[in-house]
Design a protein around this ligand. Structure first.
Ligand code: F6P
Length: 357
């Protein structure tokens, strides 16, 4: 008999269901007696013993389904050691549920914060396997996360749609793309959508350079321009502030997001007509694209293999198109950011795309 627990934690993304299906199909094909416990709304379900006993049938027909059949929630790692409002020790509660259900392993699907908690549970003696999900693609140790490619598709489609209307009206458009700490989606969708200016959190922008890039296009007779801007894009001036100063500045700001601040400055300095488009959570929604379905299925079936080999305490990852097991203790707490000197950016710059630097 093999008993596994499974949960999805943090912001959702495409292909969570495909990955869980990969795990369960991979196990049930090789193990006659399998029990699967699905925890509801992430770590919360594990803390408060809120779970469903599932059968392999529950994982049929979900390959193409967006979201997560288990539900999810954000349970900040920072607060894991703090008792809840009723004094409950969250870590002890999670361990107790795991032990009560006599689980052999807990499969956790999530991003960086989720991974840190998975590592904490590993340190506390639980058998844990992590599957790297996030549209942000910022998990260290894996070349790519599932959800990323589907988000690129959606963000690119948004830029494509904006292109035609921007051209018709001779307008400047800002398309704000998800990613507070990292600019992976913005970089890829920006290039795929033919954006003229791409602003990433990893490359603080100089407003003078942004204006110069716009003026250069105007002089070349281009009547419209498109800026792909990450949620976390930051000016050089703001990047030079201390964390405390930046927090205070943002708290006092009346702009809903960075795009509005940029828009006001561009309007002021160029007089050009400007619009903002924010695809927002649509980037995390809908059906996973074929790439993510394949990636999630591969990672899921690889995780099943690790479980069958009783190889616990790892993230199932992809490196150079090979499935690899990355120790959680090595990966947890590291962020995979865009290298400003990478080939993709160098190449884009040679084509005249401005990164505002
Ligand atoms: O982590 C994924 C992500 O979609 C980020 O790109 C985005 O900044 C954030 O989550 C949004 O979080 P929430 O869904 O809590 O608004």
């Amino acid at each position: 008999m093999l008993r596994i627990g499974m949960l999805t934690s943090g912001g959702d993304c495409q292909a969570l269901n495909a990955a869980m299906r990969g795990v369960v199909k991979g196990l049930s094909a090789q193990k006659e007696k399998l029990e699967v416990y699905g925890f509801i709304d992430g770590y919360k379900g594990l803390m408060y013993e809120n779970y469903k006993k599932l059968t392999s049938n529950d994982f049929s027909g979900i390959l193409t389904q967006g979201g997560t059949i288990l539900g999810t929630s954000r349970q900040p790692f920072k607060q894991m050691r703090n008792p809840d409002e009723n004094g409950l020790d969250k870590v002890e509660a999670m361990k107790s549920t795991y032990k009560k259900l006599k689980l052999d392993c807990l499969v956790v699907l999530g991003g960086n914060g989720t991974q840190k908690t998975a590592n904490l549970l590993r340190e506390e003696g639980l058998n844990v396997i992590h599957l790297p999900k996030t549209i942000d693609n910022d998990i260290w140790g894996t070349d790519v996360t599932f959800g990323f490619q589907s988000a690129i598709d959606i963000a690119t489609n948004a830029i494509d749609c904006i292109h035609t209307t921007a051209a018709s009206h001779s307008r400047v458009f800002i398309v704000e793309i998800m990613g507070h700490k990292v600019g992976w989606i913005t970089l890829f969708a920006g290039i795929a959508g033919g954006a003229d200016i791409i602003l990433l959190p990893e490359i603080p922008y100089d407003m003078d350079k942004v204006i110069k890039a716009l003026e250069k296009r105007n002089k070349a007779g281009k009547k419209f321009s498109i800026l792909a801007v990450a949620e976390g894009a930051i000016s050089k001036e703001d990047a030079a502030l201390s964390k405390k100063e930046l927090k205070a500045k943002r708290a006092a700001s009346t702009y809903p997001s960075i795009s509005y601040e940029l828009a006001e400055q561009i309007k002021e300095r160029t007089g050009q007509e400007l619009r903002i488009t924010i695809p927002g959570h649509t980037q995390r929604g809908g059906s996973p694209d074929p790439y993510d379905r394949v990636l999630a299925t591969r990672l899921g079936s690889f995780a099943a293999q690790l479980i069958l080999e009783e190889k616990y305490g790892y993230m199932a990852a992809i490196q150079n198109n090979q499935m690899v097991a990355v120790p959680l203790e090595e990966a947890a707490g590291k962020l995979k950011t865009v290298d400003p000197d990478c080939d993709i950016i160098k190449g884009a710059k040679t084509m005249g795309i401005s990164f505002g630097d």
